[in-house]
Every structure is written in structure tokens, then in C-alpha cells.
Ligand binder design. Structure first.
Ligand code: NAD
Length: 505
């Protein structure tokens, strides 16, 4: 199946790229050193965006602005109800610009427009959830310490936070961080991926329009080494929340350890769906297709491994192939597209390389989605790799493409052992109508999320994050605002105090 893209849907093909600037201290500015970057739509091969890129000098300005805004206290000590009102206003403005924001994520990342629209609506919902949490954030009191003592545990904002995001869900992932940091009373320096920065700049416009004070949110653009690294090492930053690859996450933690900053990490995954013969197989096939192809597989939560009972493997894969053939791969701006473009030519080469390496290692290509480069180098069709052994790279390493690795089992114990046989532990799915079995596999899974008879659902109310090398900490859920706080213990003494050296009286 080849992909042909009609450029008439892309207004930038005729009008040229749009320019985006950084937000520092309430003003949209170019970088101190005048650096710039650009983005070619991976789905169309047309330059769609030009960005002002920053360097360490801009990080200095942004951290100083965030620090001033924090110390001034107007934001950190604002009534939570007033902060919540601003978060709600931001959510309304996000809704009002939903189509525009979704289009930017689609043309910059290659994701399908209909999916991007859902992500922007989901992001607005998360901003609303954070607004609710702002008003319920509270500490603790201890009135059980004796008649002369009242103990209080105050929750205070941690301070200035650096928030660094990847390219695969540009608008959604910043929504998993920023509104919670703001709800806690923190100020922020934000850096989107250098490939997908436009929608985060639009978020900056929205926050300014909503009335957030200058300096509370600063948005920098640029590369990891130029901007991300100084955002992590800067002594004026109190906490770093990072979503991206496990490799960069480890380097980020090492840098943050030099100044003992708090870190939160959302990293890679090699998630599996385990399918038993007693499952609703039609639903499981659909979930296997969805789990492996959603966002072209460029998803930390992708169901990139299928662990299937050997008795049903052949029929299941036949049904998978039939359904996958009906999934529309193509122009991200076509409303019917389900699988868009791969983020970059480099990443495309990495995916096809991983498919080739799996075949060299002895796995079988049940479905080969590699499309000749002469046609379009940045699309891939669904790919299924069979006869995968747990020691193969395709079973252990994140491919981040529309590629399903199939491993088979004969017993529940073997299924659990395969499920846990990776360094990652982000999520897992189990398909069975046997409740005992579902509970057993769920309890044994070393993963931050387990779906039973469903896959990749998400709610702001439910915490999200990984075991093992998939990360550190959790986003979303009722603890999400607390993550951006410090506690302060206060001991209030009442009445005469017994002297230590010479008792009074
Ligand atoms: P990446 O690690 O290359 O980049 C992520 C961000 O870090 C980008 O903004 C990048 O510019 C920045 N960065 C790069 N080098 C840096 C440095 N030295 N210091 C500070 N910042 C630096 O990841 P990516 O390729 O953009 O995204 C894909 C990865 O993200 C995948 O591994 C995926 O699994 C992971 N991811 C995880 C989750 C999750 O919630 N667990 C969600 C989405 C993506």
C-alpha cells in the first residue's frame, strides 16, 4: 500500500511557514543569540514553521523571570480559588482554539488530525481537573501531640520548575505537567521538542490572554543541549519534570543530581498485551491493532508486544492482518486517516532498521510495512514480526513505530515471565474472561498501568507513570499537584515551656 499526499489541504504549501517566538516574562521574543529553527511537515515535506531558538542566555532570562514571579508572591500566595479560575479560563480558551491547535500538532508531528482534535479536548479536560485540585490541595494538622503542642504540615509550592516535553503528544503532555505545577503555585520554564513547538507557543498566547501574570509561565524553544540541559542544571530551578526517552532521562537525572533537584521522569515503554484463549477475541484483535498502530506506534504506551497463547496465535494474526489492512495510512490532514507520518526521516530509518535486524535475528515478517523510499520516505504501513524470542532486540527495545512483536506462550506463568522480560514497566494489557487469571496477571505485572479487557484508556483522575526504567513518579491523579509542593512542618507551642538547662519555676 503506497501513500500519496494531496498538498491542497496544507495552507502553508502556498502561504509559507508561520513564525513562532519564545515567551519570556510576559513578552514574545527572539533568542538572545538570534538562533532559529524550522519544521518541515513530515506528512507533506513542506516547511510549516519557523521558530526562534534559545540558548543558555535565554534560559538565564526565563529562570530569572520565573524566580522573580515566584518570589513576588502574587502568584504563589494567590487564593487557590483565583488560581483555579485562571486555569478554567485557560481550558475554555483551549477549547475555543481546538481546531487550530490540533492542526499544528498534526502538521508538525504527522499525527492524524482527528486524533489530534481528541488530544486537545483531552488536554482542556486535564486543565479543568487541575483547577479542581488547586482548591482541594491542603496539608495536615496534628492535635494529638499533647495539650501544649499543635502540629501543622503545610503544603507549599516547590518553586521554579523546568518542564521538558517530547514530540509525540506535544499539547497533551504539557497538559500533564503545567496546570498541576500552576495549581500548586509554582512558576515554570517550559521547553517543547524542537520538532513540535508551535502548539506550546499557542498555549503561551492563551495563558497571556487568560491573564496569568508575566513570568509565571515562560516558554523556550531550541535543542536539548542548547536549552534543555541548562534548564536542568540551573541553580535557580527547584524541580525538573521530564518526558522523553530513557536515554536522555538518565542524563537529565545525572545532571539534576549535581544540585539535588527533585525530578519526575516519564520515559519509554515496551508494553505488552497478553491474550488468553478465553478472551473476547474480536475485542482483543481490535485492541492489538489499536495498541500497535495508534500514533503510528510513536507512543510510550504503545502495545508493541503481543503475548499470545500458542493455540490461538494463527487465527488471531490472520484477523489482525485483515483489520490492519483496513486502517487508513496517509495524509495527517485527511479526516479519515488513522495512521499518519513518521516524525522524521532519521526515525523512519531507525524503525526500518529494527525490522530488518529482527528478520536477520531469525524472526519472521508476518506483515512487512516498509514502503520503498522512492514513494514516500516518511510513511510506514503496519508491520508484524512473528517468532520473536525474548532475548531479541525487537522484544526488548522501544521501536516507536507501527510494529508489533509477537511472542507466544503455553502457560500463565510463561506469559507473566515474558510480560516482565524487559527493562521497561510502563503499562500492560490482559485479555481473559477468567477473573482469577486477570487478577493474577495484574498483580504479577511490573507495570504502572494494567488494563483488563481494554487498552490505552486514560483519565485525569488516574495516576500515570512507570515501573523500572519507564520512569520515576506519577502524573495525573489526585497526587499530581502535591508533586509540585514541598512540605513544611510547623510546631506551635502553647503555654510555659520546660527549660532544658535550668527548669523554670
Ligand atoms: P527525547 O528524549 O529525545 O527528547 C525529549 C525532550 O528532551 C525534547 O524536548 C528534547 O529537546 C529534550 N532534550 C534532549 N536532550 C536533552 C538534554 N541533554 N537535556 C535536557 N533536555 C534534553 O525524546 P523524544 O524523541 O522527543 O520522545 C520520544 C520518547 O519519549 C520515547 O522514548 C517515548 O517513550 C518517550 N515518551 C514517554 C512518555 C511517558 O509518559 N512515559 C510519553 C511520551 C513520550
Amino acid at each position: 500500500m503506497t501513500v500519496h499526499v494531496d498538498l491542497s489541504r496544507l495552507k502553508e504549501a502556498a502561504a509559507g511557514p508561520t513564525t513562532y517566538r519564545m515567551l519570556i516574562d510576559g513578552r514574545f521574543v527572539d533568542g538572545v543569540e538570534g538562533k532559529a529553527g524550522g519544521r518541515v511537515s513530515p506528512g507533506h515535506g513542506v516547511e510549516v514553521s519557523r521558530y526562534a531558538f534559545g540558548t543558555a542566555a535565554d534560559v538565564e532570562l526565563a529562570v530569572a523571570a520565573a524566580r522573580r514571579a515566584f518570589e513576588a508572591g502574587a502568584w504563589a500566595r494567590m487564593k487557590a480559588g483565583d488560581r483555579a479560575a485562571l486555569l478554567l479560563k485557560a481550558a475554555d480558551l483551549i477549547d475555543s482554539r481546538r481546531d487550530e491547535i490540533a492542526r499544528l500538532d498534526a502538521i508538525e508531528s504527522g499525527k492524524p488530525i482527528s486524533q489530534a482534535q481528541g488530544e486537545v479536548a483531552g488536554a482542556a479536560d486535564i486543565w479543568r481537573y487541575a483547577a479542581a485540585l488547586a482548591r482541594t490541595l491542603h496539608g495536615e494538622s496534628y492535635a494529638n501531640l499533647g495539650d501544649d503542642m499543635l502540629g501543622l504540615v503545610l503544603r507549599e509550592p516547590i518553586g521554579v520548575v523546568s518542564l521538558i516535553t517530547p514530540w509525540n503528544f506535544p499539547f497533551l503532555i504539557i497538559a500533564q505537567k503545567l496546570p498541576f505545577a500552576l495549581a500548586a503555585g509554582c512558576t515554570a520554564v517550559v521547553k517543547p521538542s524542537e520538532m513540535t513547538s508551535a502548539s506550546t507557543v499557542v498555549l503561551g498566547e492563551i495563558l497571556m490572554q487568560a491573564g496569568f501574570p508575566a513570568g509565571v509561565v515562560n516558554i523556550l524553544m531550541g535543542t536539548g543541549p542548547d536549552v534543555g540541559a541548562p534548564m536542568v542544571s540551573h541553580p535557580g530551578v527547584d524541580m525538573v519534570s521530564f518526558t522523553g526517552s530513557t536515554r536522555v532521562g538518565k542524563a537529565t537525572m545525572a545532571t539534576a543530581s549535581q544540585s539535588l533537584k527533585k525530578v519526575a521522569m516519564e520515559l519509554g515503554g515496551k508494553n505488552a498485551q497478553v491474550v488468553f484463549p478465553d478472551a473476547d477475541l474480536e475485542a482483543a484483535v481490535d485492541a492489538a491493532v489499536f495498541g500497535s498502530l495508534f500514533n503510528a506506534g510513536e507512543c510510550c504506551n504503545a502495545g508493541s508486544r503481543l503475548i499470545i497463547h500458542k493455540d490461538i496465535e494463527a487465527d488471531f494474526l490472520a484477523a489482525y492482518r485483515e483489520l490492519a489492512a483496513r486502517v487508513k495510512v496517509g495524509d495527517p490532514l485527511d479526516p479519515d486517516t488513522k495512521v499518519g507520518a513518521i516524525i522524521s526521516a532519521d526515525h523512519h530509518a531507525k524503525i526500518t532498521g529494527a525490522i530488518g535486524a529482527a528478520a536477520d535475528e531469525g524472526a519472521a515478517l508476518a506483515l512487512d510495512g516498509r514502503i520503498p523510499a522512492a514513494n514516500s520516505s516518511q510513511y510506514l504501513n503496519p508491520t508484524v514480526v512473528r517468532n520473536v524470542k525474548p532475548e531479541m532486540a525487537i522484544a526488548r527495545e522501544e521501536v516507536f513505530g507501527p510494529v508489533l512483536s509477537v511472542l507466544s506462550f503455553s502457560s500463565e506463568a510463561e506469559a507473566v515471565s515474558l510480560l516482565n522480560a524487559t527493562d521497561y514497566g510502563l503499562s500492560a494489557g490482559v485479555w481473559t474472561s477468567n477473573l482469577d487469571r486477570a487478577i493474577g496477571v495484574t498483580r504479577a505485572a511490573r507495570a504502572g498501568t494494567v488494563w483488563i479487557n481494554t487498552f490505552m484508556d486514560g483519565y485525569p483522575e488516574l495516576p500515570f507513570g512507570g515501573y523500572k526504567q519507564s520512569g520515576l513518579g506519577r502524573e495525573l491523579g489526585k497526587g499530581a499537584v502535591e508533586d509540585y509542593t514541598e512540605t513544611k512542618t510547623v510546631q506551635m507551642h502553647r503555654g510555659p515551656r520546660t527549660g532544658w538547662w535550668a527548669p523554670r519555676g
